[in-house]
Design a protein around this ligand. Structure first.
Ligand code: MG
Length: 336
């Protein structure tokens, strides 16, 4: 079992701007694990404001290859099973505490390898009901009204829009969208709002504009103001930047109504499925989201999306050079 990999730059359809950053492409590392005739593909997505980059991912993959050669040399296509994925992913935690996107690239490839060996889709192997797939939102980055209008037109097949806010022009942006469509909105401030009283007023205003939920209104460390908002907000508040991995659930469960799970943050499908179980035990709502990813990681996340309340798996519609087969959208939902 050997991981091969290559760098890839995923080009954005439009310059993508959120409250704290802006970019025209996202660096990725595409991975592949083969075992006999079976192969599994994975990827790491590396937005520039996060600590990992292509170099750190490749270093981690090289380290993992040596580790696999030393510790998993007896694995073959006949004895590779889900336990193998659990063992490998557990072992990677001993190699480093962080490197979550690098680990996700291995986790996704291992899961796809397992599915290929079993000749089934992951959702089938897990007995997931595809009928409960939520509609996926499509994201509008911060932009001028004319570009927003163009994007809303491009997103006509989606039933829900996700809007990036967090600047002084938030209301103008929402009003621009509302001139064109009354589709429900998810709002994501990416930690861009500062004063909790003003944030609460704005959330009431957003509710009057048919907003369904608000993601990460304030700074990721500021759990106190999020807990205050959680008590008072008429809309559910979701943790994204404040929530990375399973171990963070304890910290955020009393400060938010829900969490946004992303494979790149939580090291992949194995941990994402554990988070879903634990989040449910704590009565948290769940969204499955994405970074700028190809359809490889998007379709991996889509396998578990029927288990959650909200999906934001849009990046293949926001990029122009997805190297794989594009996902199919039917009735605003990704087809499994
Ligand atoms: Mg977010």
């Amino acid at each position: 079992m050997n991981i091969t990999f290559e760098k890839f730059d995923l080009q954005m359809r439009h310059r993508f701007t959120i409250s704290r950053a802006s970019r025209t492409f996202t660096p990725l590392v595409l991975t592949q694990i083969s075992l006999g005739a079976a192969i599994g593909r994975g990827e790491a997505s590396l937005p520039p404001y996060l600590p990992e980059n292509q170099t750190t991912v490749i270093q981690f993959l090289e380290k993992t290859n040596i580790f696999l050669a030393n510790n998993f040399k007896n694995i073959n296509a006949q004895n590779f099973d889900y336990q193998t994925i659990e063992q490998i992913m557990d072992s990677l935690e001993t190699l480093s505490e962080n490197d979550t996107a690098a680990k996700a690239s291995i986790d996704i490839a291992l899961h796809n390898l397992w599915a290929d060996l079993q000749q089934k889709k992951l959702w089938q192997l897990w007995g997931i009901n595809p009928e409960t797939m939520p509609e996926t939102s499509c994201t509008l980055g911060i932009d001028t009204p004319s570009v927003i209008r163009e994007k809303v037109t491009h997103m006509k097949d989606f039933k829900v829009l996700k809007v990036k806010l967090g600047t002084d022009d938030d209301k103008i942006l929402i009003e621009t969208i509302r001139e064109m469509t009354d589709k429900p909105l998810y709002v994501d401030a990416n930690a861009g709002w500062k004063d909790r009283e003003k944030v609460l007023d704005l959330i009431y205003w957003l509710q009057s504009k048919n907003t369904i939920l608000v993601e990460q209104p304030m700074a990721k460390e500021n759990l106190e103001d999020h807990a205050w908002l959680r008590e008072k907000s008429p809309l559910p508040i979701f943790a994204d930047e404040s929530f990375q991995r399973l171990r963070d659930l304890e910290k955020v469960k009393n400060a938010f109504h829900g969490v946004n799970i992303k494979l790149m943050k939580c090291t992949g499908l194995r941990e994402a499925r554990k988070i879903i179980v634990e989040a449910r035990k704590n009565d948290l709502k769940i969204m499955v989201g994405c970074m700028s990813e190809t359809s490889c990681a998007i379709m991996a996340a889509a396998q578990i999306a029927p288990l959650v309340d909200f999906a934001d798996l849009d990046s293949t519609w926001l990029t122009t050079n997805n190297p794989f087969e594009s996902p199919i959208l039917r009735g605003g939902k990704i087809c499994l």
